[in-house]
Write a protein that binds this ligand. Structure first.
Ligand code: F6R
Length: 243
């Protein structure tokens, strides 16, 4: 695991976008998986700006698989993962719909949705580059503390995730469950970027990066990934001073 600390959110996002651009320069076909949420928004904006200036990157070579979704929400719901990613990533980069595999979190048969996602990764994977954020409870994707599974699955969201979810949605949504890739699929990614910014993430970043590897802090397993690159701003890294 490589930990990079930058002055602020903008600088962190810029460096993360540069990392992704360098990665995409190879021009090879790739499977990518990018988190939704607030933290990566600026990274995706810088990525769009850099791709516009760089003729070497052919986005038609890229396939995407979704990391997670709130059960009961879809693209039409402002704040859903699909809505976020379309808005900040896929529409700006003009990624064709046939190159994106989303979870349909409104499907009648959610188990089948999980299987379809697993099959998509088996057919097109492993994931070449995975961009993650981290929840205040240490979740990655929706792998909640203590509920760790290997493959795509449905999960009961914990109270911290439910409470934090209100920032994405206007009005009450009554969200209780999520659908997510599993930790084996996450750890099977060839390269992982973990992004965190702000003082509120300092404590969980300390626990995840320096503490014991435990199912109670799902992100702590990333300590075992050889190609995990952590991008933090100073505030998120403030708990690491003690190491
Ligand atoms: C979203 C996702 C979540 C978020 C995490 C941090 O697709 O996978 O694990 O990355 O909850 O969210 P923000 O960035 O909003 O703090």
């Amino acid at each position: 695991m490589e930990i990079n600390i930058y002055n602020d959110y903008k600088q962190m996002s810029n460096k993360a976008a540069n990392f992704i651009i360098n990665f995409l320069q190879s021009g090879q076909e790739m499977l990518l998986c990018f988190a939704a949420g607030d933290t990566p928004i600026k990274t995706y904006q810088y990525l769009k700006e850099a791709i516009d200036k760089n003729n070497n990157i052919n986005t038609d070579q890229l396939k995407f698989v979704s990391l997670d979704e709130w059960i009961g929400l879809n693209e039409k719901d402002k704040g859903s993962c699909e809505n976020y990613l379309n808005k900040y990533l896929f529409k700006p980069l003009e990624i064709k719909a046939q190159n994106i595999h989303f979870f349909d979190a409104c499907a009648n048969n959610l188990k089948e949705e999980c299987l379809q996602s697993d099959r998509y990764i088996s057919a097109n994977g492993p994931i070449d580059l995975l961009v993650l954020g981290i929840g205040l409870n240490g979740h990655i994707g929706f792998n909640e503390p203590g509920t760790v599974k290997d493959f795509s699955h449905i999960v009961k969201l914990d109270s911290i995730t439910k409470s934090v979810s209100k920032k994405y949605f206007s009005g009450k949504r009554g969200i209780n469950r999520g659908i997510t890739l599993g930790l084996k699929q996450i750890m099977g990614a060839k390269n992982i970027i973990l992004l965190a910014s702000g003082k509120k993430k300092a404590e969980i970043i300390y626990k995840a990066l320096v503490g014991q590897i435990t199912k109670e802090i799902p992100a702590s397993i990333l300590q075992e990934h050889e190609n995990c690159y952590v991008f933090l701003d100073k505030k998120a890294a403030s708990g690491l001073k003690t190491i």
